[in-house]
Design a protein around this ligand. Structure first.
Ligand code: SF4
Length: 338
């Protein structure tokens, strides 16, 4: 079901715009639409035909992303394993400080070498309403004021659905536009579409290296776009919306943590409205990569920061429950152990 399907169903039941708004907003807040014999607040003042359709609608919305299991971590994050209506699975992560990280695809075609999601390839797209349903599941558990599109999948490869979800979350779910964060490896369609939207999300660019050839190796199926052009395109958008571009950099020991990269970062970031997020690599089964040691990470941050690049270390939430960046996947095969 897509957002357009939900609107059509409500319209078919006889719902006017005001009724649609009440029902959709209640659902987005994680509130009940229908509670049986005793009417809940949402049902008050709705036409009879709409009220009669609510039990089935509630059932169908509940099928969009059903929580199969929850995996809380000590840092306050919770990894949710979710069943989609066709039996596929995605994961989302409740983040500390009222955020949720959601998935936009089952699997991913980009195949980044340091990411578990990419190892399965793309299995299917996640619909706009299935994305929103992940936020609803999060809101049933805790307040959500920030949604990051950084779970399984490359949002640019499912752009229409992602933008539809962003529009609903930024309007009917009342999430601040800069608290909606679209992440991409860099796709020109993103830079064309975002400036035209009424809800303009914040943008995160997955850069990972300043070296074009290394980037092709690390992100084998990402669009070919030079780091310089990527930062230029990001800069234009950042100036338009007036919030900085977030540049994502998974730190891989001996691969992209050298002094040559740091000096290239200084050149690339000069005059840019951008923040660099360093994400120390999260261990994956059967992988050769390692994160740099703690002192090297501190040295990198000091070096860049003292030369004018705003640099933050983002230790992924939920690593101990495999909920960190690059650790999400459709766990069909090892469900019994999770
Ligand atoms: Fe896809 Fe993102 Fe994983 Fe790369 S890091 S394979 S873009 S999910």
């Amino acid at each position: 079901m897509y957002i357009s399907d939900l609107n059509q169903r409500l319209s078919n039941l006889g719902a006017q715009a005001v009724h649609r708004e009440r029902i959709v907003r209640a659902w987005l807040q994680g509130r009940a639409l229908h509670t049986g014999a005793r009417r809940c607040d949402t049902e008050a003042f709705l036409p009879l035909s709409v009220r009669q359709g609510l039990p089935q609608l509630t059932h169908d919305l509940d099928q969009l992303a059903r929580v199969r299991s929850e995996h809380p971590a000590d840092d306050g994050s919770v990894r949710l394993l979710l069943d989609l209506p066709d039996g596929q699975m995605v994961e989302s992560v409740l983040l500390p400080r009222d955020g949720v990280c959601i998935s936009t695809q089952v699997g991913c075609a980009v195949g980044c070498r340091f990411c578990m999601t990419g190892k399965s390839g793309l299995l299917r797209q996640v619909s706009s309403l299935e994305m929103v349903a992940q936020v609803v599941q999060a809101r049933r558990r805790r307040p959500v004021k920030k949604v990051v599109f950084m779970g399984m999948g490359e949002p640019a490869h499912n752009l229409d659905n992602v933008l539809e979800a962003i529009d609903v979350l930024g309007t009917d779910a009342f999430i601040g536009h800069k608290n909606l964060v679209l992440s991409t490896v860099g796709d020109r369609r993103v830079f064309e579409r975002l400036p035209t939207l009424r809800v303009k999300p914040a943008l995160a660019l997955s850069l990972h290296t300043t070296k074009a050839d290394l980037r092709v190796h690390l992100l084998p199926k990402a669009p070919i776009i030079s780091p310089e052009e990527l930062l230029e395109l990001g800069e234009s958008y950042a100036r338009l919306v007036n919030y900085p571009i977030q540049v994502q950099w998974t730190l891989l020991k001996g691969v992209n943590d050298g002094d040559d990269e740091l000096d290239a970062i200084l050149r690339l970031f000069k005059g840019k409205y951008a923040v660099l997020n360093l994400i120390p690599f999260n261990a994956l089964e059967g992988d050769d990569y390692q994160r740099p040691d703690g002192q090297r990470i501190i040295d990198i941050v000091r070096y860049l920061h003292s030369r004018g690049v705003i640099t933050k270390v983002r230790n992924s939430a939920g690593q101990e429950v495999d909920g960190g960046c690059g650790q999400l996947r459709a766990r069909a095969v090892d469900l019994v152990n999770t």
